[in-house]
Design a protein around this ligand. Structure first.
Ligand code: ADP
Length: 162
């Protein structure tokens, strides 16, 4: 048993992410969700909005906390005295990049391991980008997101249009 960091941009958090969080929470003493503040794409939601959404959908999980972070992931892991990084794998296409990042992290921080959880098959197609694309064209996003998150995506997009 250990403390793990589950990092990502979560812009927005999907049911695929939530599935990984719930499964990690069962395996770990403590799970810290790390919301990446500055990533290369322009986010739909601010870091604080993403943190708030994650907090509200993980409120039922006693051993899960949510923080935002900038800079190196391994520094965030050390700062929180965590032992592991968790990443989700959807398809072979995720694997090559994830392997490279995990190996680079292992070189710069030899005490931290990355573990991969394979996606729940029903969410294997799901990504935050797909959700944003469907929503931007007025499609139904209810199958992809927790209800409160789906409401906030629709609200944000209508604010942006209006
Ligand atoms: P990134 O850090 O590439 O922006 P995300 O924030 O979208 O990735 O996702 C964070 C983590 O969740 C990554 O490990 C990603 O592979 C995983 N993930 C994303 N969508 C799913 C899904 N549908 N099923 C399982 N894991 C997922």
């Amino acid at each position: 048993m250990a403390t793990a960091v589950y990092p990502g941009s979560f812009d927005p958090v999907t049911l695929g992410h939530l599935d990984i969080i719930e499964r990690s929470a069962k395996m770990m003493d403590h799970v810290i969700i790390g919301v990446l503040k500055n990533y290369s794409k322009t986010p739909l939601f601010s870091a604080q909005e993403r943190v708030n959404m994650l907090k509200s959908i993980t409120a039922h999980l006693d051993n899960v906390e949510v923080q935002s972070f900038g800079g190196l992931l391994v520094d965030f892991v050390h700062m929180n005295h965590a032992d592991l990084i968790i990443r989700g794998l959807r398809a072979v296409s995720d694997f090559e990049y994830e392997l490279q990042v995990a190996q680079a992290n292992r070189v710069i921080a030899t005490d931290i391991d990355t573990i991969f959880l394979t996606t729940n098959i029903k969410y294997s197609y799901l990504s935050s980008s797909i959700v944003k694309e469907v929503a931007a064209f007025g499609g139904n996003i209810n199958e992809f997101l927790p209800p409160s998150v789906a409401d906030q995506v629709r609200k944000k997009l209508s604010e942006q249009k209006g």
